[in-house]
Design a protein around this ligand. Structure first.
Ligand code: GDP
Ligand code: MG
Length: 435
């Protein structure tokens, strides 16, 4: 979903002039995607109207493209907000939380993460394993607690017998007597949604009267998200969603559908197999991820680079022709991007700290203009030049080498972001800013 949306936005960006036709095509494409995802029709048509309005009423001097992008951004934010907060456990009160979802979606893992999260906040959580379908489920739960990072869950207790509903009821009763304030019930999932499962979940929910039912969704299921979430919502009162495996390739567009289907908020994101690979859901970060690095990059360019220089810069980016000077001007203005790019280990050392930036500046001050403005400084800066630059800037030779390595990595990154970018013909950039 996110991919298609950012694809539509990209197409719009690549067109020379944004006229009614281009605007409509872009909006229709986004619309189509959301319709396929079964987003409520009324919701959608309101969204489209608001985007169109935002373009008409954009501030004087604002580019149409930016107005559309920002409107899409805002609308996505709205869609991620179901309008009502989810139930949150309170310390000292007994809360019963049930996790449901298909097998493999990450329920058992998430139970532990959820327990650990609240344990750290001072709760006394307990886990009930009502997954009698999977023989090793209990074992899996207890094993996870032996992993070094989860030791502090010590004292959590486990309970299981054969009938899942019985297990759940007995487990919940037992832990209530122990005055546990957060009782988490793990359920079974099966490979496919079937009536047996839904009947079991319905009974289980009826018998244990949970304060919250959480739908656990694997972020990589894509289009299936809506129907899956709806199927669970129809049998149990889902009140929140947790999206797992966000550390993988999925952008998590399915979360939009799950929110629409369950009318419940996403509360946490699972981003790894370990017990603390778990984070609060952050709408802003999520939307950025959904729309992709490209979107982020373009927005930042509009923000930090003067209009009349954008064209040249983008063109050079897309050809892989960025000079050292350009890269550093860009990078020093791009805090978000640095986060994105900081996955590159080499960059972290120089880019993060102020000291690294100051060093880079000192080294660049010792370079010639030719070296700074060349699209291939690697060729110009040979060993003897490196020595000179190091001496001139009071840095070490290996630091000059690192700076150049960094430049190479960044130039490659920018290039790979921009290589599909088609530049408007000369002179059209002005039309673009007016359009
Ligand atoms: P269940 O069948 O719903 O209980 O799913 P499990 O909790 O057993 O998880 C299925 C698999 O997904 C296991 O191998 C987990 O380690 C893995 N898993 C769960 N959550 C995450 C996550 O956030 N990231 C990654 N990478 N793997 C996860
Ligand atoms: Mg399980």
């Amino acid at each position: 979903l996110g991919e298609k949306i950012s694809c539509a936005l990209q197409k719009m960006r690549n067109s020379t002039v944004v006229d009614e036709g281009v605007l409509n095509e872009c909006i229709n494409e986004i619309n189509r995607e959301l319709i396929i995802a079964d987003v409520d029709y009324q919701l959608l048509s309101n969204m489209v109207n608001r985007i169109k309005e935002a373009v008409v009423h954009r501030p004087v001097g604002h580019n149409k493209r930016i107005a559309i992008e920002q409107a899409v951004f805002k609308e996505l934010f709205k869609m991620l907000d179901p309008g009502k907060p989810s139930f949150t456990p309170e310390k000292g009160k007994t809360s019963v939380v049930i996790l449901v979802g298909l097998q493999g979606s990450g329920k058992t893992t998430t139970c532990t993460k959820y327990a650990y999260y609240y344990k750290k906040k001072g709760f006394k959580p307990a886990l009930v394993c009502a997954d009698t379908f999977r023989a090793c489920a209990l074992d899996q739960l207890s094993k996870m607690h032996k992993k070094p990072r989860s030791l502090s869950l010590e004292g959590a207790r486990f309970y299981t017998v054969i009938d899942p509903v019985e297990v759940a009821v007995e487990g919940v009763e037992l832990f209530k007597k122990e005055t546990r304030d957060l009782i988490i019930v793990d359920t079974s999932g099966r490979h496919k949604q079937d009536n047996d499962l839904f009947e079991e979940l319905r009974q289980l929910s009826e018998a244990t009267k949970p304060d919250l039912v959480i739908f656990v969704m694997d972020s990589s299921i894509g289009k299936a998200a809506f129907s899956q979430a709806r199927a669970f919502k129809q049998s149990v009162a889902v009140g929140a969603v947790i999206v797992t495996k966000m550390d993988g390739h999925a952008k998590g567009g399915g979360a939009l559908s799950a929110i629409a289907a369950t009318k419940s908020p996403v509360i946490f994101i699972g981003n790894g197999e370990r017990v603390d690979d778990f984070e609060d859901f952050d709408v802003d970060r999520f939307v950025r991820r959904l729309l992709g690095k490209y979107f982020l990059f373009m927005n930042k360019i509009h923000e930090v680079v003067p209009m009349d220089q954008q064209s040249e810069l983008l063109q050079k980016c897309s050809k892989g022709d960025l000079s050292l000077r350009m890269i550093f001007e860009l990078s020093s203005n791009m805090d978000h991007l640095i986060q994105v790019f900081s996955k590159l280990p080499k960059l972290v050392e120089l880019d993060r700290g102020k000291e690294g930036m100051a060093k880079a500046k000192a080294m660049m001050n010792s370079m010639t203009n030719e070296e700074l403005d060349s699209s291939n400084p690697v060729k110009l800066i040979n060993e003897s030049r490196k020595k000179r630059i190091a001496r001139g800037s009071g840095c070490k030779i290996h630091e000059v080498t690192k700076l150049i390595e960094m430049y190479k990595e960044l130039a490659k990154k920018y290039w790979s972001l921009m290589k599909g970018f088609k530049m408007p013909k000369k002179g059209d950039m002005n039309a673009l800013s007016r359009s």
